[in-house]
Design a protein around this ligand. Structure first.
Ligand code: AMP
Length: 294
């Protein structure tokens, strides 16, 4: 069966309402399209959680800065539809920007404190306001559901958890682990921008995160300090990348950075963002919880 595509919010609300009225559970996966195995793993999790799977495909202009890649963001709705059809996805919601933001649209959802402050929040002003606004709209359109988000975008996941809790949205969030290529590179729609040479250099990111796991797990030594772990991550990424936006160690829930001289706690997040050519890649791992990337 070919997964049907709907573009109007009211139609999707009606369909999802009917599904729930028939006693079935909706499971929802929001995406920006250009789907890869990372997205499809979230679809698998949605399938396990609910009875009917809805996937949205919307490249949200509000979460891109003026100098970012909105215009060249990869789009291929036909290929995405084929991939989702193979997964038996019951409904694809692919609105146009005008359907999501009609003339007169004026409301913004902002999270000015806490989990939005550091990492990408500091480097991409307004990004998480755009994310929070579109995710609030998408979750309101789909209605009560299981909603699946990837840990690849770790800060975004924490922002959405905050949003859902603070606004009492009737949604149960499910987290999907980061899916990687066989060599460890985190799958991303933006990986297609990388030249072959940049892609080789980009492997420094999963390599560095793996080195942090090795240091963290070395039982012969006493626990490393946060600074020692950060050095193990920064040295190879700074050598390979064209520029580094951030490499930070933080509490995995609050995202508050940890002091370099502190001994590593039992769980800690290391998150990195770096440019390879014009392509900005992000990745992360939670030491003490995630498997090493390589
Ligand atoms: P995007 O289309 O990039 O906005 O991503 C849509 C959803 O897929 C988000 O919840 C992402 O965190 C998730 N996602 C993207 N890449 C991966 C990946 N490599 N592994 C798991 N989830 C991913």
């Amino acid at each position: 069966m070919i997964s049907p595509i709907e573009s109007t919010p009211t139609r999707v609300s009606d369909i999802c309402g009917s599904i729930r009225a028939s006693g079935k559970k909706v499971a929802f996966v929001p995406t920006m399209g250009a789907l890869h195995e990372g997205h499809l793993s979230l679809v698998n999790q949605a399938r396990a959680a609910g009875d009917v799977v809805v996937v949205s495909i919307f490249v949200n202009p509000k979460q891109f800065g003026p100098s970012e890649d909105l215009d060249k963001y990869p789009k291929n709705l036909a290929a995405d539809q084929e991939k989702l059809s193979k997964k038996g996805v019951e409904l694809i919601f692919a609105p146009s920007p005008a359907e999501m933001y009609p003339p007169g649209f004026a409301t913004e959802v902002k999270i000015p404190k806490g989990v939005t402050v550091g990492f990408c929040g500091a480097k991409r002003p307004g990004h998480f306001d755009g994310v929070a606004t579109v995710v609030t709209k998408l979750l309101n359109i789909v209605g009560p559901c299981f909603a699946v988000f990837g840990r690849k975008d770790y800060q975004q996941l924490q922002v959405i958890k905050r949003l859902v809790a603070d606004l009492n949205l009737p949604v149960h969030i499910i987290e999907g682990p980061t899916v990687r290529e066989s060599d460890g590179l985190a799958m991303s729609s933006r990986n297609v921008y990388l030249t072959p040479e940049e892609r080789v250099r980009a492997l420094a990111i999963p390599g560095a995160l793996t080195a942090a796991h090795v240091l963290f797990n070395q039982s012969s030594n006493s626990n490393p300090t946060v600074g020692e772990l950060l050095t193990a991550v920064k040295t190879p990424i700074e050598a390979a990348a064209d520029s580094v936006d951030y490499i930070t160690a933080a509490d995995p829930e609050t995202l508050i950075p940890l002091q370099s001289e502190a001994t590593a706690p039992p769980r800690l997040l290391i998150a990195a963002a770096a440019f390879f050519g014009a392509t900005r890649l992000i990745d992360n791992t939670v030491l003490g919880e995630d498997a090493p990337p390589q």
